[in-house]
Design a binder for this molecule. Structure first.
Ligand code: IYR
Length: 222
């Protein structure tokens, strides 16, 4: 018998047929493959409760020992968005002008990116995802497990939720991004890993023509 201190309950089965599962997986793929990283945003606001639901979807992700080693800072305040833009552009300017090796700059050419990040002010919300290296909720700091994997999965859930909702986002990675810990007053057990502008695309938003690798190049049945 299980210890009553750590109870289990029955899992709620969906009972779906293969045909239903085929349709649902196909429909989800059709939706997800239309997702694009957007760099031109509209300033149309997103109601707060929608952002809350998106975050709760992200936070429903599995995590090592269910430690949920993440924190999401949702920045809507224009002054703070401006400060984040200024700090990010400072790092990005250094990245594009001298930090990045030539090969990296070449790899970015198809995306048409540069150091200008106006979307950090225009998008109605910036979600800053932090990973928590240590759990400081108890009396002693305690290690979290598989933190990068856990927070990576949560970010995947977040992007899927944004796509399903009909919104757009960008996984932006200014490097280094410790300025985010300072601006958002986050404790030292947390490190920022992703800066995600979320909102609606600008009317005239453009995306590069890119393709995904075919199944044969990315997977194999064994
Ligand atoms: N962080 C920079 C550079 C950049 C890096 C990669 I890898 C990308 O896929 C895209 C951009 C920027 O945001 O411009």
């Amino acid at each position: 018998m299980r210890d009553k201190e750590f109870p289990f309950r029955s899992y709620q089965h969906t009972g779906r047929s293969d045909q239903e599962i085929r349709e649902r997986s196909g429909n989800f793929y059709e939706s997800m493959k239309r997702r694009r990283s957007i760099r031109q945003f509209s300033d149309r606001p997103i109601p707060k409760e929608i952002l809350e639901t998106l975050i709760m979807t992200a936070a429903s992700a599995p995590s090592g020992a269910n430690k949920q080693p993440w924190f999401f800072a949702i920045v809507r305040n224009p002054d703070l968005k401006r400060k984040i833009r200024i700090a990010a552009e400072e790092e990005e300017r250094a990245f594009y002008s001298d930090r990045a090796p030539q090969s990296w700059i070449e790899d970015l050419e198809p995306l048409g990116t540069d150091w200008h990040k106006p979307y950090l002010e225009i998008a109605p919300a910036l979600i800053v995802v932090f990973k928590q290296i240590q759990d400081i909720s108890g009396s002693e700091p305690r290690k979290n497990y598989y933190v990068t994997e856990s927070v990576g999965i949560a970010c995947g859930f977040l992007f899927a939720a944004i796509q399903q909702a009909g919104l757009v986002a960008l996984p932006h990675t200014p490097s280094p991004m410790n300025f985010l810990s300072e601006l958002l007053h986050r404790p030292s057990n947390e490190k920022p890993i992703l800066l995600v502008p979320v909102g609606h695309p600008a009317e005239d938003a453009q995306v590069p023509v890119l393709s995904k690798k075919p199944f044969e190049d990315i997977a194999q049945f064994f």
